[in-house]
Design a protein around this ligand. Structure first.
Ligand SMILES: [Zn+2]
Length: 200
């Protein structure tokens, strides 16, 4: 598995949006050094409010690979490096076998929506990080796939939560203003991201 550095296509489609690539670069710098990400990554207020307590847990399973993680990824103000490393691997582009440092606020979004829905199930992740190549080929196949997708910046996940309708998940996330929320009702999944609050 190799890490893939890329320019910032997400910024082209989102006016007035701070560059996620710069934050990912900050996180890379942190990964190379010491310490947590407490000061560089702050979850949206509604997301942080939903996540009370001194630890944050997440349960996810990757549909294509069966890889899974269940446990604490944030403790007392800091993201846990080892947990993020495992989550990054699970969220990799399976077709290209490439990973990127995911924006950890995406895990806050997933954790807070699951909390709001009162579910103990693991998120089933259909799509996490996408290389620009994968995203471009998806965009050619479907008009609903953005060419400036936040999947390429490690900020988005397409997922299902067993026992919950996609509509209910999308409504909860939109109410909480967790970030971007896309409802793909026919396919039974939602797109959630930690970018600006918007819905489609
Ligand atoms: Zn998506």
């Amino acid at each position: 598995m190799r890490l893939f550095a890329h320019s910032c296509p997400a910024c082209e489609g989102l006016e007035g949006f701070s560059c996620p690539e710069a934050e990912i670069a900050t996180r890379r710098a942190f990964l190379a050094g010491v310490g947590g990400f407490a000061t560089t990554f702050l979850a949206a207020p509604a997301v942080a409010q939903a996540l009370t307590g001194s630890t944050r847990r997440i349960a996810i399973r990757r549909v294509q690979t069966g890889d899974s993680f269940e446990g604490i990824y944030w403790r007392e103000g800091r993201y846990e490096r080892e947990a993020l490393r495992r989550l990054d691997a699970i969220m990799r582009d399976p077709g290209m076998d490439e990973a990127t440092p995911m924006d950890p606020r995406l895990f806050d979004v997933l954790a807070s929506v699951r909390e709001r829905l009162g579910s103990d199930e693991a998120w089933l992740v259909i799509s996490g990080y996408r290389t620009p190549e994968t995203n471009a080929s998806r965009a050619r196949q479907s008009r609903r796939v953005s060419r400036a997708s936040l999947h390429m910046s490690g900020m988005a996940a397409d997922c299902r939560l067993p026992g919950r309708e996609a509509l209910g998940i999308a409504r909860a996330a939109a109410d909480m203003q967790t970030g971007g929320v896309g409802l793909y009702r026919r396919d039974g999944f939602v797109h959630l991201d930690c970018g600006p609050a918007r819905r489609w």
